[in-house]
Ligand binder design. Sequence first.
Ligand SMILES: C[S@@+](CC[C@H](N)C(=O)[O-])C[C@H]1O[C@@H](n2cnc3c(N)ncnc32)[C@H](O)[C@@H]1O
Length: 287
Amino acid sequence: MESSMKSLSSFHDRYLKSFKLFLERSTEHQCMKKFFDNDLPDIINSIGKRGVSCLNVLGIGSGSGEMDLAILEKIHSKYPGVSIHNEVVEPNAGLISKYKELVKEKGQGLNASFTWNQMYTTDYEKQNKERKESKKFDFIHMIQLLYFVENAHDTIKYFHSILERNGKLLIIQTANDSGWSSLWTKFGSRFPTSISLDVQNVLAEMKMKYQIYEHSSDFDITECFIEGNENGDCLLDFLTDSADFRKTAPEDLKSEVLQHLHQPACSREENKKILFRNNLKFIVIDY
Ligand SMILES: C[S@@+](CC[C@H](N)C(=O)[O-])C[C@H]1O[C@@H](n2cnc3c(N)ncnc32)[C@H](O)[C@@H]1O
C-alpha cells in the first residue's frame, strides 16, 4: 500500500457521502429487489416449515435498512399471519436512526418488532456468548458486509451456527465477473484496505451447502473521468476504498486505475456513459 493513502471506511461522513452517490449512480438496490421479487419467495418457502407463530430474522450490516425492509415485506407476504422479530446489527448510529425512521414510515402492517444492536459483528457474538443466550434465527442476511469484517470465515461460521432448523443465510456480494473483482484483483494490494471478495473459497473450505443466483447491475462512473469533478472524486474513493484517492494516490497508480476502469473487464460505453459492471451474486446457505 502507498503510505499516504488512507481507507475510506475509516472516514464515516465521507464514506456515507460516497455510498449515497454510488446508490444514486448504480442499479445496486434495483438489482437486489429483482432477486427479492424473482428468487426470494421460493427460498423462504422452507423457513416457515416449523409452523411457528413468530419468525426470527437477523440483519447484519443493515445500513439504513432499505433492503432489510424489502426482505421483511417478502417474508410478511409469504407468511401473513405470522409475526416477525427482526434483530439488527449495525455499528453506525446515524444509519440506525435512518432505519428507525424508515420503519416508522413504511414498516406499519408488517407485524414486525425490532431489536437494535448498535455494534460490530464481533461485539454481537461476544454479547451473545456472555449472556449464554442461544437465540436462533430463521433467516439471516449479510448484504455487502463481508468485505468489512475482520475474519469472513469466523463470521460466517458463527452466524451459520445460530440458524434455526430449516433456516437460511443469505450473503450478497459483487459477482466474480464484476468490475469490482477485476479492479481489486489487479490493484487491491496497492489500495489501503485489504478486502477479500472470495467468499466461495471460504464456503468450500467450510464444506457448506449453498446455491448461487446472479443478476446484472450497472454503475455509471462517467464522472470519474472528469478532472476536478467532485462527485467523480467521491466515486473514485468508493471504488478504491481510499479517502481522497485523486489527491493521495501516486500518479502511476491513479493513471493505471483510471485506464483499467475503462477496460471491458470493468466497464462498457453506452450513450456516452461509462457503465461499470456492478453485477451481484446472491449466496444462499442452508441450515
Ligand atoms: C456497504 S454498506 C451496506 C449497507 C446495506 N446492507 C446495503 O446494502 O444498503 C456496509 C454496512 O456494513 C456496516 N459494517 C461495517 N463493518 C461492520 C461490522 N464489522 N459489523 C457489522 N456491520 C458492519 C457499515 O456500517 C455499513 O452500514
